[in-house]
Structures are given as C-alpha cells and as structure tokens.
Design a protein around this ligand. Structure first.
Ligand code: TF8
Length: 337
C-alpha cells in the first residue's frame, strides 16, 4: 500500500488529474454555492443539478459545495436573474425565453420550427452563434456557462384535442414571458397569457388558463397530466436552458475555482442532454398511463401553423437585425450538412 500511495502521488504531480492531490495543489477555497431552478427536484433539472454538485465536489476536493434549490423556491427565473445580478445568489438554470428582457436576441430561440432535431440545436447552441449570445450576458452581470436542453415543446389543454390550427381558437394559453412567445400564440388564434412558470400549475388547476406548452418531460415532472386531459404533439419550438453564475460572485473566484465550475458545467450539460433524451419516451408512456389523450398533428396542419407564425418571425428578425438571423440560418444550414 505504500507503493500504491507513491504511485498515486507520482500521477498527481505529473498533472494527470487525480482528484485529491490536484485540488489540494490548486488555489481552491471553501465555497457555498446556491443553485436555483424552476422545476421539481424529481425532474431533468433536479437530476442535472445533483450531477453538477457532485462534479464540483469531486473537482474541488470537497471544498466547493453546491446546494440545489428546485421548484422555484429561490424565485421565478426572472427573480433569480435579479438575485444573481445583485450578487445575493450564486447560480441558476433558466429558460432563454426569460432572458429576452436582458439580451433581446435570445428571442430567436422562441421562433417556432427553427430546429428540426436536437443535433441541429446542439451544433448551433454550442457553436459560435450560441456562444455569442451567452457572452452578451456578461455586461448585464450574468456569467453564462453552458446550455442545457429544455427541449421540443408540445401543447396541453383541457378544452379539446388540437388537430388543426382552428382548434386553438380562443384557448386561454399560458405562454412564457416574452413578446415573441406572446405574438406567436396570438397569431395561432389563442388567447395568450404570459405568466411565470412558478404560477402555472395553480393557474391550470383553478382555470385561470386552459392550457400551456412544454416538453413532455416537464409535463410529467410538473404533474400537468393531473389537470390537463389533452396532449398534442406539435414540437413547435425547441427551448434551451442557460446555466448562469452571478458576475459579482464570479469575479471573486480564483482561476482554479472558475475552472472547476466551467468543467463541471460542461459535464453537466452532456449528462443533462443525454438524460432528457433518454427519458422522453418513458415520459410519453407515463402520460398515457395517467390518462392523457395524446394526438399528433399532420404535416399539412403543421405547415398551416408555420404559415401563420411566419409574419411574427419576420417581424422579430427585423427587430434583431437581419444580420443576426442570417448568421443563425447559416449555422443551421451548416449543421444540416
Ligand atoms: C416555461 C419553461 C420552464 C423552464 C423551467 C422553469 O414554460 O419551459 O419550464 O424554463 O426552468 O416557463
């Protein structure tokens, strides 16, 4: 065992990453990190936050401790963003949709039918386009680290199965809090109501709204099946999440501490996307079992929806600058190969 210890020691000092020794040599102090998220603990966000916490612990030799706070217990996305900017909360994950008030260009990710599949989304988000948008947050007091996947959104409601665009007419639909989402769902004929996610379950339960849209994983983990009989598989938009740190806090970290957070964030991204993708089939099964009536929408009807929302996309493309949308489209084309 003496030999073994010596061996480990050699590995440690030659720079190969052995946890204890590398972390000890590095400039890492004791840090408590509050990490907030909106979904329940038993959700993709909860699992990925636990994974991130474990990675940070490993990479810091146990010195940096991440505590996860789920179910919006630290506030809605926007409240958490404010807390990060003010330096009174260290980290969070939240929707790009709620960042549009801070960096308006994030609104492009609320354009319906932008990505055809996850591969395209990964390439664009992790590539120069996605990175450029993340970097815009730094001036606003937020250090954005990686994108996690929320995923392709589908529609639930308590009124009727949605088979064609006309079926959306007059449905009181909760939408995420930005202009793009609002105008998109108005153009589809719904009575769109912007609302933070933290208020959504009770709004569905009490009938303040008839429906909402989110990926199947969230429909399951947030128990929307308890109050929503109809699920329509529209995959109308792909939503990313962003893992962020408070810049006020970040600026006080040593380079080695920043390195730990960055590495753990990248590992958590890969874990979360895998987990989300592996789980969506099971979520569908669970929703069926829970009694939801699930229907798909024909391609012809999806095309009609596309046509209805196109003027909204055109409008906001102009607002963000045609350059930006051109760049985005070029990146998507590249990803399509
Ligand atoms: C929404 C989003 C949320 C997530 C979560 C709170 O509908 O999809 O589910 O952003 O982080 O508001």
């Amino acid at each position: 065992s003496l030999l073994l210890a010596a061996g480990l020691c050699v590995v440690g000092t030659t720079g190969l990453f052995t946890v204890g020794s590398a972390a000890q040599a590095a400039d890492i102090g004791n840090r408590n990190i509050r990490f907030g998220y909106g979904l329940n603990e038993d959700s993709v966000q909860g699992r990925a936050t636990a994974f991130f916490a474990e990675e940070v612990k490993k990479l810091s030799g146990g010195k940096m401790k991440v505590s996860g706070f789920g179910a919006s217990t630290l506030g809605s996305d926007m409240q958490m963003q404010t807390a990060l900017v003010g330096g009174v909360q260290e980290m969070m994950v939240g929707s790009t949709a709620t960042l549009v008030g801070t960096v308006k260009e994030f609104g492009v990710f609320d354009f319906p039918f932008l990505f055809n599949n996850e591969k395209e989304a990964d390439a664009v988000l992790d590539g120069p386009f996605g990175t450029k948008l993340l970097n815009k947050l730094e001036d606003k007091g937020l250090v954005a680290l990686v994108y996690w996947e929320n995923g392709f959104r589908n529609l639930t409601n308590k009124r009727r199965p949605v088979e064609k665009v006309e079926d959306l007419s007059g449905i009181k639909l909760r939408v995420m809090q930005n202009q793009v989402a609002l105008e998109v769902f108005k153009s589809l004929g719904t009575n769109a109501v912007p609302m933070p996610f933290s208020e959504l379950f009770s709004a569905l339960e009490t009938g303040v709204v008839d429906g909402q849209e989110n990926p199947v994983a969230t429909i399951q983990s947030s128990k929307f099946y308890e109050v929503q009989p109809y699920l329509t598989l529209t995959k109308h938009v792909y939503s990313p999440w962003v893992v962020m740190a408070s810049k006020k806090w970040w600026d006080k970290l040593t380079n080695d501490e920043k390195d730990v957070i960055r590495k753990a964030a990248i590992a958590s991204r890969d874990f979360e996307r895998k987990d989300n993708r592996a789980g969506s089939e099971a979520s569908m099964e669970a929703l069926k079992k829970a009694g939801m009536k699930i229907n798909a929408v024909s391609d012809a009807e999806l095309d009609r929806m596309r046509a209805k929302v196109q003027p909204v996309i055109d409008h906001f493309s102009k607002e963000y600058g045609e350059e930006l949308t051109k760049e985005l489209m070029a990146e998507i084309k590249k990803a399509r190969g």
